[in-house]
Design a protein around this ligand. Structure first.
Ligand SMILES: *[C@@H]1O[C@H](CO)[C@@H](O)[C@H](O)[C@H]1NC(C)=O
Length: 153
């Protein structure tokens, strides 16, 4: 490649990353997914980690996982962890079957769970860990992941 072409490619990649077009899988901590396997966690836009969450912005969460069990339903719970305290985060739509998952969930199948993470303007500017869980019918976790984030104005 010529120098000019290389610059053009680099610029295009930078632009794509900046606008969130490139959905880079995030690094996460698995916090006990027992009834499922996490394939990929995406929060958009989050061009680099830890994710900077701006107040007044709604973020898209896309979790791809495979299930090890059959389950009619699924229910999500989200927490913000600060100083080892879990603060429940109310989800507008806790029903996983209304969040991109086609239920009933079948053993061996893969699903993409989709939801929104609205960051309200009244939230404080803090660093915290977001923990996202999805429970099946047997109260087992299809997935549990954690990522550090920073809320900013
Ligand atoms: C969610 O992520 C998976 C895996 O990267 C991808 O195949 C799927 O298209 C994504 N869904 C949406 C709505 O972005």
């Amino acid at each position: 490649m010529k120098r000019g072409e290389m610059l053009a490619v680099a610029l295009a990649l930078l632009l794509a990353a900046g606008s969130g077009v490139l959905a880079e899988p995030l690094k996460f901590v698995d916090c006990g997914s027992k009834d499922g396997n996490i394939v990929e966690v995406n929060v958009t836009p989050c061009p680099r980690q830890p994710c900077l969450l701006h107040k007044g912005v709604s973020y898209t969460v896309n979790v791809t996982f495979s299930s090890k069990i059959d389950s009619q339903g699924s229910k999500a719970k989200v927490y913000g962890e600060m100083l080892h305290v879990d603060i429940p985060f109310p989800l507008e739509q806790p029903d996983g079957c209304k969040s991109g998952i086609k239920c009933p969930i079948q053993k061996g199948h893969s699903y993409s769970y989709l939801n929104k993470l609205p960051v309200k303007s009244e939230y404080p500017s803090v660093k915290l860990v977001v923990m996202w869980e999805l429970y099946d019918d047997q109260d087992g976790m299809l997935f549990c992941w954690k990522i550090p984030v920073e809320i900013t104005s």
